[in-house]
Design a protein around this ligand. Structure first.
Ligand SMILES: [Zn+2]
Length: 376
């Protein structure tokens, strides 16, 4: 009955929206601060405790009594709300789950982006963005050719008209995400593989240099500031992820290793990666690099470790195939990546990247994702 009585249902949440984003949007038409709306929703016979403010945390976390009160106030069934709002689905570790309604504004526990305004339509109001968790592959709107960025106050995205290979990679990424539930882990391992190449600082490499120039042009930032962005290595990352995740290729690599040894399997794998990454010289270069690097480096090299696990596992579904050695993980923080990729002063580069909203948003990380730390 509350459904018909409540005005709040006029603004339903968008799929995968931040609960905090939805609250801000609900409060805006009444000219109410989101905090006042929250206190109104939770008011009742019990003592209400609210930690933080919408200014101190973008995301709103609720304990069980607060979630029940929210469902009552909005007239929307709790199962529907938890389906749409990821942060509402699980209790937050820092919120006590007693009989008192408790709420807290914290920073989101995982990456978030602003939705594509053209797709979300009327849900966007001036100054009231719709912020969502992109999940495995929700960081690109292929329809409107946009890479979505994390701006808390207005639409922000990278136009992809001049970066068609990113759109193609995203089509493949989406297919991978539909085909396998562990797609985020596969992509995270592929990202570590590609990262291991990026940090080698290939001087004669032209594909990334060319892409960096195009990205710098559309964002208006200097090349050094866009270099650490996930977009730059995205096509190669997805190409490697598709190859490593393909059962037919896994089988072929196992057979080659069994018949001709691990070295032959690695040569076969590198040859195929070269072809798919559009760098004919890559296999020869990496084989030469493998011979000259310290022996200990092989123990953390993500591709070496993956192939070793694949070809020595007893069962087809080997556990831990997609885990990456800590030393080889692609850093999730923009500022950490800058230090590896350029000699320029990290702080000034980070400031420039931050001004273009390049330092947040989607990153290829395993599931469940740790929250990206802010750029200093
Ligand atoms: Zn769109």
């Amino acid at each position: 009955m509350q459904a018909s009585a409540s005005p709040l249902v006029r603004i339903p949440p968008v799929a995968r929206e931040l609960t905090g984003s939805w609250f801000r949007r609900m409060a805006a038409p009444y000219g109410l601060p989101a905090q006042d709306l929250l206190r109104g929703v939770l008011s009742g016979t019990h003592r209400v405790q609210v930690t933080g403010t919408p200014g101190s945390g973008l995301e709103l976390f609720l304990n069980t009594p607060a979630r029940t009160a929210l469902a009552h106030s909005t007239g929307l069934p709790l199962p529907r709300l938890t389906r749409l709002l990821p942060a509402l689905a699980a209790p937050h570790g820092r919120l006590a789950d007693d009989e008192n309604p408790r709420a807290a504004w914290y920073m989101p526990g995982e990456a978030w982006v602003g939705t594509c305004p053209a797709c979300t339509g009327r849900a966007w109001r001036p100054g009231q963005p719709v912020l969502v968790y992109p999940g495995t592959a929700g960081h690109v709107c292929r329809r409107h050719r946009r890479w979505l960025l994390a701006h808390p106050g207005r639409p922000a995205s990278i136009p992809l008209e001049t970066l068609p290979e990113v759109l193609t990679a995203h089509r493949h990424h989406s297919a991978l995400a539909r085909a396998r539930p562990d797609a985020a882990d596969v992509v995270a391992l592929a990202a570590a593989v590609v990262w291991s190449w990026q940090v080698q600082g290939w001087r004669s490499e032209t594909v990334w240099q060319n892409r960096v120039r195009r990205l710098a042009a559309v964002t208006g930032s200097m090349p050094a500031a866009v270099m650490p962005h996930a977009l730059v290595s995205y096509p190669e990352t997805i190409a490697v992820a598709r190859l490593l995740g393909a059962p037919r290729w896994q089988q072929r690599l196992r057979e080659t290793a069994a018949a001709q040894g691990a070295g032959a399997a690695m040569e076969l794998l590198l040859g195929e990666i070269s072809r798919r990454a559009g760098r004919p010289w890559l296999a020869d270069w990496l084989i030469a690099y493998t011979r000259t690097r310290p022996r200990t480096a092989a123990q953390t090299d993500p591709l070496d470790r993956w192939l070793h696990r694949l070809t020595t596992a007893d069962r087809l579904e080997s556990n831990g195939l997609w885990t990456v050695h800590r030393a080889a993980v692609r850093p999730t923080e923009y500022s950490d990546r800058i230090g590896f990729l350029t000699d320029r002063r990290p702080r000034s580069i980070c400031e420039e990247a931050g001004a273009a909203f390049l330092t947040g948003g989607w990153e290829p990380v395993p599931s469940p994702r740790p929250g990206p730390a802010p750029c200093p």
